[in-house]
Design a protein around this ligand. Structure first.
Ligand SMILES: Nc1nc2c(c(=O)[nH]1)N[C@H]1C(S)=C(S)[C@@H](COP(=O)(O)OP(=O)(O)OC[C@H]3O[C@@H](n4cnc5c(=O)[nH]c(N)nc54)[C@H](O)[C@@H]3O)O[C@H]1N2
Ligand SMILES: Nc1nc2c(c(=O)[nH]1)N[C@H]1C(S)=C(S)[C@@H](COP(=O)(O)OP(=O)(O)OC[C@H]3O[C@@H](n4cnc5c(=O)[nH]c(N)nc54)[C@H](O)[C@@H]3O)O[C@H]1N2
Ligand SMILES: [Mo]
Length: 786
């Protein structure tokens, strides 16, 4: 079942794999390595090709580095200097001892439940040197840690979906494949678009970038696309654009449902056989519950979409084989659970769920792997052991947890207490990129006594840590590349030795574990090379009944193994549709729950028992829009992966005057006297950042867009009145929960004002190294000073 790729010659025998795709490694006559696109990929991403450039390498963390005050005066010293303090470089043997002593101290004084090791983030591709697996395995070995639950990507979706249909991960793996869609779909309605920009990525590494070709095929077969989004560019190529105010998708969907229900266009047979709750939906939509019929006119007032357009779209949806897709961004919002519930409710009323060509999607084009025809299997993995600490936080509530130890919070029907975090340990993520309201986060970040980070680069999170341990890059270690539905295994071979004193996360954790007397427990006596073989063999045996996979040595020699594409199409919910009693869903009723007794029973005012329009905390219809009249969206960046490689030439080429562009509608720019390319100040009561105006007709009036990932660069590391200089939208986003159900991030619910920046422009310092102090004369560690 597998084909091995024979290398065509020594010149091209090596592959590099990143979350953005496969590269070939070529060498100059002098033997210098260079990354080039892999010829097997018809639409390769330029991201990552320049990761060996001087610009990228100049910002490497080269040696273990300790914040001067921490090293001089002990844990907890002068925490307000985090971000601006100097660093002292320390040799590895000392660093291992210092970290081990500090972990031992915190564990002995406060217990493992005072260590936050959630450590959210994407890290790098590669199944063994997977930073998250390594840190979790390490912290479990030393007695456990407080976890972070769910994700920033689809936190609201992952809590609501199992109640109403199935877990997110299962759904994502079951998306009807693009080939089947091309053959059967007629109308593809995309809430939040299907941007090729985002489909560059698969966590773990794409093989061939397939989405552009998939959309071309669908268009060639006559599929019509509707882009429901404030931004026209959210679908590349021909599509009908239906601009909508951000945060209002539920209202639009209720308007569509009103047409379907009142004109008898709803599929009652499907609703009664496969769903529960259609009656409650009907009563709410017709206004029997609250006296307000959710008519297209009502929806139009909220969404800004003309009522006639809503009626037409409802007719088109009902009369065609229609795929209704939702981006992840539309649930990364206040009451984000409701948007996904509404999407499912709409698709259920059309009754095409489980058929080829129709139904719903929740993430086509968020990643390259969604809608792939390749095999869905779980790959080689590093065992993380078990966690003796039961405390957790919903991942996006980290600042709340740090600021309010012991406070209670609701989550998915239960009530919990925030732990008292004394030490933060991070590897493979960049919280000063990913968290909202970073000024508030600066305050929260001052609470713990010690913050340890493994990083490859001097990111803002590294600069704000107490202990920074230098991690190697994927090109500096051997690993196995794999992602489900990408159809391949890749030998990711070391290209060069790690720079300076950098080491892999595995070696770093092994060194600390050794100093804590737990070396063998962590490594099980295996070297990194032995772990690769061990993990590979476990994977090979686990899948031997469905796949013939070569022995490790043959795989390693070949460099790449491609799995055969299954010849059976993937159709989401096909089994359930064929036999709902034989293949019930794992919801309480076994059916799709348009009304959930269970959720209704939680009694949450911000998450009732069925898809409901609830005003977002911030939106263009709120009172606050008087003062902050623009809705700021922060989309995923075209030229990098989150904050990763923002310092690369490719990412920097997308900046204007060294700052991240902000998209503005010409009317909004004119009203503020802002010219294209001009630096503007984006602000609200939480903070301010600078960005460069990029004026476009492609954006709905009243909306502004900044891509995420410009390295956070405050003029001063303090919680108030600090101007962010580089264009990081999290200087202004709100750190509030989607609801009591999920406690997820609401990064997209954000109002701002924008004005031309006057005065002298502060220089961008995001890509400067921190200051280093000379080695301390007496490096006595003052662990008692807390
Ligand atoms: N405003 C706003 N904010 C958002 C979002 C939004 O839409 N709007 N989106 C959110 C989403 S969906 C996500 S997923 C998050 C992403 O947030 P993150 O995943 O935290 O972002 P990355 O930039 O990928 O950070 C990964 C870090 O790991 C480091 N790294 C890479 N490889 C290794 C390794 O092998 N070892 C170690 N130790 N480190 C390594 C990289 O240098 C980088 O600093 O951001 C969230 N933040
Ligand atoms: N190049 C690149 N690709 C990536 C990533 C990256 O960093 N770089 N990150 C990856 C990750 S971790 C994730 S989670 C996914 C994220 O995938 P998504 O969350 O789907 O991506 P976004 O770019 O945040 O949002 C897509 C579009 O939704 C629109 N939108 C925002 N709010 C609303 C709304 O209220 N209503 C409607 N109708 N539309 C709205 C915006 O115009 C935005 O451009 O992307 C992945 N792909
Ligand atoms: Mo994400």
């Amino acid at each position: 079942m597998s084909k091995q790729e024979t290398p065509s010659g020594t010149q091209q025998s090596e592959f590099a794999l990143g979350h953005w795709g496969m590269h070939r490694i070529s060498r100059s006559a002098a033997g210098e390595p260079n990354l080039i696109p892999w010829e097997g990929d018809g639409n390769p991403s330029p991201i990552g090709l320049d990761q060996l450039s001087d610009e990228v390498q100049a910002l490497r963390v080269r040696r273990p580095s300790f914040r001067e005050s921490w090293l001089r005066d002990g844990a907890g010293a002068r925490r307000e200097r985090r971000g601006s303090d100097r660093f002292v470089e320390v040799p590895w043997d000392e660093a291992f001892e210092l970290v081990a002593m500090e972990l031992n101290r915190v564990i002995a004084t406060h217990g493992n439940k005072s260590i936050f090791g959630g450590s959210y983030g994407w890290g790098s591709a590669g199944r063994f040197h997977h930073a998250q697996s390594q840190i979790h395995r390490f912290l479990n070995t030393v007695g456990g840690y407080v976890k972070g639950r769910d994700s920033y990507s689809f936190g609201a979706g992952s809590v609501i979906m199992p109640h109403i249909a199935a877990p997110m991960e299962q759904l994502l793996d079951q998306h009807t494949d693009w080939t089947t869609l091309a053959a059967h779909c007629e109308l593809f309605v995309a809430f939040g678009g299907i941007p090729l920009r985002n489909a560059q990525m698969t966590a773990g590494g794409p093989s061939r970038h397939r989405v552009r070709e998939a959309l071309d095929q669908m268009r060639a077969r006559g599929v019509r696309f509707v882009n429901v989004s404030p931004l026209k560019q959210d679908i590349d190529g021909p599509a009908d654009w239906m601009p909508i105010r951000p945060g209002c998708d539920v209202a639009l969907i209720l308007g569509l449902l009103h047409v379907l229900i009142s004109e008898n266009l709803d599929n009652r047979e499907f609703l009664s056989r496969y769903c529960v709750g259609a009656e409650q939906v009907k009563r709410y939509v017709l206004g029997d519950k609250d006296g307000q019929a959710k008519t297209p006119q009502w929806a139009s007032t909220i969404t800004g979409v003309p009522a006639q357009k809503i009626v037409e779209l409802a007719h088109d949806i009902a009369r065609s084989k229609t795929m209704i897709n939702a981006s992840w961004s539309i649930q990364r919002q206040s009451h984000g659970e409701q948007t996904y519930w509404a999407i499912v409710t709409l698709a259920a009323h059309i009754g095409q769920i489980g058929q080829s060509g129709g139904g719903f999607g929740i993430g086509y084009a968020t990643l390259n792997s969604v809608g792939s025809s390749e095999l869905g299997i779980s790959g080689p993995r590093l065992s993380q052991g078990s966690n003796a600490v039961k405390e957790f936080i919903p991942v996006a509530r980290i600042a709340d947890a740090l600021l309010n130890p012991g406070a209670r919070f609701d989550y998915d029907g239960s009530n919990y207490k925030y732990p008292d975090i004394r030490l933060i340990y991070w590897a493979g993520g960049n919280p000063y990129h990913h968290h909202q309201d970073l000024n508030r986060f600066i305050d929260a970040w001052r609470k713990p006594e010690t913050i340890i980070i493994h990083e490859q680069f001097w990111t803002s999170s590294a600069k704000a840590a107490d202990i920074v341990l230098p991690a190697s890059m994927t090109l500096e270690r051997d690993d196995i590349g794999f992602a489900s539905r990408e159809g391949q295994l890749v030998a990711m071979k070391l290209l060069r030795e790690p720079i300076a004193d950098a080491r892999s996360d595995f070696e770093i954790f092994a060194g600390i574990a050794r100093s804590m007397g737990k070396g063998h427990e962590f490594t099980e006596g295996r070297t990194a090379e032995e772990w690769l073989e061990y993990m590979y063999e476990e994977f090979r045996q686990r899948n031997s009944s469905i796949l013939s996979i070569p022995l490790f040595q043959d795989f390693w020699a070949a460099g790449r193994v491609e799995f055969q594409t299954p010849n059976k199409p993937t159709i989401m919910f096909e089994g359930f549709r064929t036999d709902p009693e034989g293949n019930p869903l794992k919801t309480p009723s076994g059916r799709i729950e348009l009304f959930s007794e269970k959720i209704a029973g939680f009694g949450y005012d911000d998450c009732p028992g069925q898809a409901t329009w609830l005003e977002p905390v911030e939106w263009l219809g709120s009172q606050k829009a008087d003062r902050f009249p623009l809705h700021l969206l922060s989309q995923e960046p075209r030229r990098r992966l989150h904050s990763q490689l923002d310092h690369s030439p490719h990412s920097r080429a997308g900046k204007v005057k060294g700052r991240e562009p902000i998209l503005l509608n010409p009317k909004d720019a004119d009203a503020r006297g802002i010219a294209d390319g001009q630096v503007v100040r984006v602000f609200n009561e939480r903070g301010a950042c600078l960005a460069s105006a990029q004026i476009t007709e492609d954006l709905l009036e009243g909306v502004a867009v900044i891509a995420t990932g410009a390295w956070f660069d405050p003029t001063e590391w303090k919680p108030t009145n600090s101007l962010e200089k580089h264009g990081n939208p999290n200087a202004v986003t709100i750190d509030a929960p989607a609801s009591k159900l999920s406690q997820a991030t609401v990064a997209q619910s954000c109002l701002v004002q924008v004005e031309a920046f006057v005065g002298e422009l502060p220089a961008v310092t995001a890509f400067d190294l921190p200051e280093f102090a000379p080695a301390l004369e007496n490096e006595a560690y003052q662990s008692s000073q807390v």
